[in-house]
Structures are given as C-alpha cells and as structure tokens.
Design a protein around this ligand. Sequence first.
Ligand code: FES
Length: 172
Amino acid sequence: MKTPTPVNAQTRRIREKLSRCEPLATSRRRILGQIVLCEGCCCGRTDKGFKPVPRDWIKQQWKDEKLNKSVQLTISGCLGPCDLANVVCVVSPKGMKWFGGLQERWQYGLLLDWAKASRDAGVLLELPAELNRYRFERFAVGCGSAAAPYSPPPVEPAEPPARIAAASSGST
Ligand code: FES
C-alpha cells in the first residue's frame, strides 16, 4: 500500500481554502511586476553559440537594490520561443511583454534601471523605448490567425544608451 506523501502547513492551508471555495490570495501581491530571464536549452547557452545571460551580475544587482520586493526577478528554464534567444518576459497586471535577441549586458541594464525607477515611483513605469526593437508577439491572436509581428517605431541601430554605456563595464 502506498504511503501518502506528507504535506506541509502551507499546502494544508491552501487545500482548506479551496475546499471552502475561498479565493486564494498571495502575501506577495504587493509586487508590481516580474521579469523572467530565460536561461534554458538555448538562451544563454554559450556552448551552443548564444550570448550569455548575465545571471550572476543581475542577481547581485537585484539583491543589492532589494528589488525583489517591487519587481521580482526570475531566472527560468526554456520559455518556449527559442528561435529568438535570448528571451526575456516582463509580466505586469497589464499582461506580458516579450523581448528576444538580447545579446548585450546593457540591454539587461535597461531592465535593471527600469526596475529601480519603478520601485522608486511605486508603480510600473513604461519600459525603456530602447527595448522596443527587441519586442515580439508571443502568441497567436484571434481565430487561428497568426499574430502580426510587433512593429516598434523606427529606431537607430542598437547601441547602449549613453547613460548605460557610461555605467556599464562592457558587454557580456
Ligand atoms: S531556451 Fe529560452 S526560449 Fe527556449
């Protein structure tokens, strides 16, 4: 006879709420948003020729700035659209915004600056316009029709914004 797996107090609490049809609420709901950096089977895999994800650097920045209380940083496994590695997804109450083809540390630096500014403002600010050229639509929309590709406004070739270039110690 199979022994039931013991469950912890949290799991019991959730079960009880569900059994009473009570709404679930997370104690982390005060967070403004979340950035998910993919580091899966392609993104960040330098052994496959992809640019690295500056995981240690950005995690340290998040920790030093205590950003997780405002904008959560998550390093994930494959998010799906490997053909656009390196991929980042920004999740907010307004939905998800997807970015692909990130190859340089300054691009991640823009996300860091945005997260800090959003924390300081107490609201999620507009994402940096410099990242628009990396945006893409992740999912099909409508009845079986493919999503139209995201069309960012025309921008100059990718270069780190001056404020990032000055602060950055080089690309990864
Ligand atoms: S490994 Fe990043 S999308 Fe698949």
